[in-house]
Design a protein around this ligand. Structure first.
Ligand code: PRT
Length: 298
């Protein structure tokens, strides 16, 4: 159990999630020096400590109450939870919020020349993986039996060296599979980073800190997905222009100094704003179309 009233957050020390996590915390206004080698970094302007560890250790640290919160991939989280359940170790946690980075999928991949005829053609085969629990659960749910060999890295080489028939590994672009002569045949789990929290209620001081931090995290996430759109539109085309705007937000219509024929239209779009929409707006006589990133929103 953590001994202080400072909120302790576990994050990946170095790897694919560490930069995004660090940026998120900084954009939430946390003043923190993560450049030195200390594993426990103090946030100077909020009662928060950041513990920098391996990603695979984060779920256990949160489930055991050593850290109050953790930022980790759903793949690691689910694999750890299944492993602990199997060993009768506490696997409780709360997913506080899903984050919009670290996206990937856990997939089954076979050598290019493998004749894939659906999931049943994988029955009895052997897979190299870092995720044996997720693999076994998927096999059970699909009525097949698979063997596995545990590899923590370079999983992709296993079929080539005769260690396994296929692999069960994370994929994002698919370039690694292609480079190793493998084809993706089944997606078994979709993953993103999540903010997780210990299942034990926090003391009032820590809860107060979390109540301040969480809306900031959600604001940063929302801002990342949102765009501020500004344009000049013909006054008699306001209805058509508004109907082209993405999202449910009502645009703000403002007069333009010295122009009776044009108005300024401003809107925050939480959905993708496509080139096609810009071209349609232009065809309606709109000009000075600006699409800008939003830094924060509350
Ligand atoms: O910190 P620790 O060493 O314990 O964890 P780790 O070894 O899993 O760290 P890291 O940094 O490799 O991954 C951290 C987390 O990033 C993962 O748990 C996922 O939640 C997420 N993530 C997102 C990925 C990928 N995308 C990803 N593409 N993790 C790994 N990969 C690897 C994959 O294993 C394969 O080797 O990238 C390769 C495939 O990438 P593509 O783009 O070629 O398909």
């Amino acid at each position: 159990m953590t001994s202080t009233t400072r909120l302790r957050i576990a994050m990946q020390k170095s790897g694919r999630l560490s930069d995004d996590t660090q940026n998120l915390l900084k954009r939430c206004g946390l003043k923190i020096n993560l450049t030195d080698r200390r594993l426990l970094a103090h946030v100077s302007n909020m009662p928060i400590d950041i513990m920098r560890v391996r990603s695979s250790d984060i779920p256990g640290l949160v489930m055991d109450g050593v850290c109050d919160l953790g930022i980790v991939g759903d793949n690691t989280l689910e694999e750890t939870a299944l492993e602990r359940q199997m060993m009768n170790i506490n696997a409780d946690y709360v997913r506080t919020t899903s984050l919009n980075f670290g996206g990937c999928r856990l997939s089954l991949a076979m050598p290019e020349e493998f004749n894939y005829r659906g999931i049943k053609s994988l029955d009895g085969l052997r897979f190299a993986t870092t995720y044996p629990q997720l693999l076994q659960r998927y096999a059970r749910e699909n009525g097949i039996t698979v063997e596995f060999c545990m590899l923590k890295g370079s999983v992709e080489v296993a079929p080539r060296v005769g260690l396994a028939d296929g692999i069960c590994d994370l994929v994002s672009t698919g370039a690694t599979l292609e480079a190793n002569g493998l084809k993706e045949v089944e997606v078994i789990f979709k993953s993103k980073a999540s903010l997780i929290q210990t299942a034990t209620p926090l003391c009032p001081e820590k809860q107060k800190t979390l109540d301040t931090l969480l809306p900031r995290i959600q604001g940063v996430m929302k801002a990342k997905e949102s765009k501020y759109i500004m344009l000049h539109a013909p006054k008699d085309k306001i209805a058509e222009v508004s109907s082209l705007m993405p999202g449910k937000e009502t645009p703000t219509i403002l007069p333009l100094a010295g122009r009776d024929d044009l108005v300024a239209v401003h809107v925050v779009a939480t959905e993708t704003f496509f080139w096609e929409t810009m071209e349609s707006l232009k065809a309606l006589g709109c000009n000075s179309i600006l699409v800008m990133p939003i830094e924060k929103t509350l």
